[in-house]
Design a protein around this ligand. Structure first.
Ligand code: HEC
Length: 139
């Protein structure tokens, strides 16, 4: 049957076309040199190991928050997020609901686990006085 052969040809063509696109994408992922440090970040912000929730939080921070809080989270338009004293629940609420006139809400954009990953990341940002003894002053 001529028609079905043609159809098969179209299907095969489409499938291999999609596969080629897929391979191109995968190759791009592999060969693209991953930036180890976002531009503008200072030496201080340590990038958490990939695959950890904290790293997910870091990535989300860079995408959603860094343009206000700074790529080093040291503050820009928004405040420095090192050593935030608010409770986890309070931070979750700030991220979800925003701060009227100051910070947008992210409830429609970030799900619960993403919000928790962000909190985990923020918790790694220590104020100098939270550093373990010895790192802060010689005793
Ligand atoms: C449009 C700029 C903007 C963006 C985007 C933004 N923020 Fe904010 N954020 C602010 C400002 C401004 C404040 C301070 C508001 C105030 O204190 O009244 C703030 C406050 C906060 C606070 C409270 C800090 C404290 O010590 O009280 C946290 C936590 C926070 N932001 C986290 C985030 C996270 C996480 C994101 C990304 C998901 C984010 N922000 C995105 C502007 C922004």
């Amino acid at each position: 049957m001529k028609l079905s052969l043609e159809l098969k040809g179209i299907i095969l063509g489409t499938v291999s076309g999609l596969a080629a696109i897929g391979i191109a994408f995968a190759a791009g992922e592999i060969f693209q040199p991953r930036p180890t440090r976002a531009s503008g970040a200072t030496e201080e912000l340590v990038i958490p190991p990939t695959g950890t929730p904290v790293n997910q939080g870091y990535e989300l921070f860079m995408l959603n928050c860094a343009h206000c809080h700074g790529t080093d989270a040291r503050g820009d338009e928004g405040p420095d997020l090192h050593g935030v004293t608010k409770s986890d629940q309070r931070i979750v609420s700030i991220i979800q609901n925003g701060i009227k006139g100051e910070m947008p809400k992210f409830s429609g954009k970030l799900n619960d686990s993403e919000t928790r990953a962000l909190v985990a990341f923020i918790r790694t940002l220590k104020a100098p006085h939270e550093m373990p003894h010895g790192q802060r002053r010689n005793q």
